[in-house]
Design a binder for this molecule. Sequence first.
Ligand SMILES: Nc1ncnc2c1ncn2[C@@H]1O[C@H](COP(=O)(O)OP(=O)(O)OP(=O)(O)O)[C@@H](O)[C@H]1O
Length: 273
Amino acid sequence: MSSSDTVSKGVEAEGGERAGSVRLDHVTHRYGRGGETVTAVGPVDLTVPAGEFLVLVGASGCGKSTLLRLIAGFEQPTHGTVRVSGAAPRPGETAGVVFQTPRLFPWRTVQGNIDLALRYAGVDRAQWPERRAELLARVGLEGTGKRRVWEISGGQQQRVAIARALAAENPLFLLDEPFAALDALTRERLQEDVRQVTAETGRTTVFVTHSADEAVFLGSRIVVLTKSPGTVALDLPITLPRGAVDGEELRESREFVDLRAQVAHAVKSAAAA
Ligand SMILES: Nc1ncnc2c1ncn2[C@@H]1O[C@H](COP(=O)(O)OP(=O)(O)OP(=O)(O)O)[C@@H](O)[C@H]1O
């Protein structure tokens, strides 16, 4: 692992907060103005310590993406405050973000997409080849740099999106249902990759999903939201082993199966309440 990989370990940010920590104080978000408004989330109080892998789970429309967008700084809370590393989040700077679809530049090559992210992150051009190779290797895409985006599969495109989000080395990594459109096998493979990447780099991660299985496999903590406007229905630490593990073995373990059932039940109850 290169020194640049350990992005958040021991780094202090504003106000003595550790880089990558997230804090939501009494956050509510309402879309629209005047007569037509939708309260999407809140009130939510949530503290995510640096290095944690938090998974937000809940029924469709409960406000998961809205919470993620608030943490990324894409939206401002209607009430309350959001802090990342002790400061207000800045869109495009605070976090690496991966969306449900890869959102790559289709006319560029794989490496062209990565290079754009490196440029945006202010990485010295002389370092691009090394950093690019490192990022592509990290997501298992060695040797694909010169291919066009349309010449690689959907799963590979999402790997490029992950590499791009890691390029800036921010201590916070946000993923909004990144594997929802992929087949089951690719999805499981990418889950293992994300689990490994985040464990190795120590990044704080907030991951949105509908899937109890995905949540338990990935998270060191799971927050289940109530139906809209989403509030915290369940806040559950996950104590499964986090290092290098055999994914299949983990999924078959008694503890995993029990936790998955507990989370699935909580999601169902929260949606019905
Ligand atoms: N830009 C917007 N303008 C108005 N309402 C919005 C907007 N974005 C989301 N909403 C509404 O806010 C609520 C929460 O939406 P959000 O997308 O955060 O939920 P979600 O849990 O991520 O849903 P899904 O799992 O279906 O993606 C929903 O009622 C949705 O219709």
